[in-house]
Ligand binder design. Structure first.
Ligand code: NAD
Length: 446
């Protein structure tokens, strides 16, 4: 083990720093072990699916389970009786540091970064649900620390590893539709809330530790059906709206295929901010610098809620690139406008190319399905690299979250200085790149 990793590690529990013993095993890219002992933070909802998929790897041994909802924790424990259970991830990491090799984070978005960073501070590889973080600064830091510590990481965008998306990426990079000038992407889902502040009608249910659920965010009264489970994604303090929630899946293939980096500008058209919920409909336009697979610059435009899918006027396709009248855009997906053709990539499905006659006879690349979860387990065990690791997922998430910031300033074009992590023309927007954590939940490196 390197000297850097042998030094004593610190975890913060309930506001006090506790010194833990030097870690027994610390996993770095390229290390080889026989069993991977995992700890899971958030085991209901998608966390249950993550637990099932990761534990289906023959070399995984589930060692720790953590959830703030005792009912959800009990149901996961039923399936993994050997695992120790906790309601506080800080306590789990502090007590199990030596007997856990890798950590899975499947909580609401606002807890991704603090939980993932707490694990990485102990030298643990992390699988973290999408979007990687709730805030731009957090995405930057998770990426930096994962790279510094050489940890195997993966963001939970499992369709990234599916054959249909890998094939679409290959087709774009093979130049089938030529350099791309525009990508339109959309989701008809509505993870927004345009209403007023909530009034509390009752305290939290006995099975829920509300203080721990709130975590880094400012404390407020519990309101049934507003936060837990699942509805938090509509609210600005916890989720990232439809753009962060679905955009991270739908933007993934264009981002990866076109090798996009950081946008120059971001602009949103939506209602005025309420300070409570994300907008229920949202159109966001990004301009990216050109790459080997695009024209000189690239416009990425997002439409959600009632603004999806884009209209023929939005797409502005002309001549032989116009979509046939009989063709209906899918409810969610993306459309790439290349110099030699158009690709529609449904969420979820195989790409469709236009003009149809031109592409009918063209062979498509043979591409296999990969197991996104097992790919990360294998990477933790020293075999290969996970493809949606934080050095990919960090910049992708940063770009998406800039759109979430922009929808607090509708109609204004934000100029982005990625290197200095700064909006250069609107000081107020910089206040939203990082918010202060509640005192007891502050984490080293964030
Ligand atoms: N990749 C996908 O296809 C996909 C699909 C759905 C959700 N997700 C992502 O999974 C995450 C969870 O979403 P969900 O729909 O399951 O939400 P959810 O609210 O239904 O479930 C979250 C779980 O985490 C638990 N939890 C909350 N705070 C916690 C904390 N501080 N410590 C431990 N446990 C905590 C909750 O009790 C619950 O069991 C989100 O980031 C979401 O974006 C991904």
């Amino acid at each position: 083990m390197s000297g850097k990793l042998q030094r004593r590690q610190f975890v913060k529990v309930a506001g006090a720093f506790i010194t833990t013993a030097p870690l027994g095993r610390s996993f770095r890219v390229g290390m080889s072990v026989e069993k991977l002992r995992t700890a899971h933070i958030g085991v209901g909802g998608m966390g249950g699916a993550d637990l099932a998929s990761i534990s289906s790897h023959p070399q995984v041994e589930v060692a720790g389970l953590c959830d703030v909802d005792a009912n959800r924790l009990a149901s996961a424990h039923q399936k993994h009786k050997q695992a120790r259970t906790f309601s506080d991830y800080r306590q789990m990491l502090s007590e199990m540091g030596d007997s856990v090799d890798a950590v899975v984070v499947s909580t609401p978005d606002h807890t991704h970064a603090p939980a993932a960073m707490s694990a990485m501070n102990l030298g643990k590889p992390v699988y973290c649900q999408k979007p990687l973080t709730h805030e731009v600064f957090e995405a930057r830091r998770l990426n930096q620390v994962a790279q510094q510590k050489e940890l195997a990481t993966q963001m939970g965008i499992q369709i990234h590893s599916a054959a249909a998306y890998r094939r679409a990426k290959q087709m774009i990079q093979d130049g089938m539709i030529g350099p791309v000038s525009h990508v339109h992407a959309w989701s008809g889902k509505n993870w927004g809330y345009d209403g007023k502040a909530f009034e509390s009608q009752s305290g939290p249910p006995a099975n829920l530790d509300w203080d721990l659920w709130m975590g880094t965010a400012a404390m407020r009264p519990f309101v049934p059906k507003v936060y837990h489970p699942g509805s938090w994604r509509r609210l600005i303090d916890f989720g990232t709206g439809t753009l962060g929630d679905m955009g991270v899946h739908i933007f993934d293939t264009p981002y990866g295929a076109l090798k996009l980096t950081t946008p120059h500008t971001v602009r949103t058209e939506c209602r005025e901010p309420t300070g409570i919920g994300h907008p229920t409909r949202n159109v966001v336009e990004y301009e990216f610098p050109g790459t080997d697979y695009t024209t000189e610059s690239m416009i990425w435009k997002w439409y959600d809620g009632a603004d999806a899918p884009p209209s023929a006027e939005d797409l502005a396709l002309t001549g032989e690139f116009q979509l046939p009248e009989s063709y209906k855009l899918p409810g969610q997906g993306s459309l790439f406008v290349g110099q030699q053709g158009v690709m529609v990539l449904p969420h979820i499905g195989e790409a469709v190319l236009f003009p149809e006659a031109k592409f009918k006879e063209q062979a498509r690349p043979e591409v296999e399905n990969l197991n996104h979860y097992h790919q990360w387990v294998d990477a933790c065990m020293g075999n290969g690299k996970a493809s949606a690791n934080f050095s990919y997922a960090g910049p992708l998430t940063e770009a998406l979250l800039l759109g979430v910031v922009a929808n607090r300033f509708p109609g204004k074009t934000l100029q982005w200085d990625a290197e200095n992590l700064k909006v250069t023309n609107l000081a107020a927007a910089n206040q939203l790149l990082k918010t202060d954590y509640r005192k007891d939940f502050v984490v080293e490196n964030l």
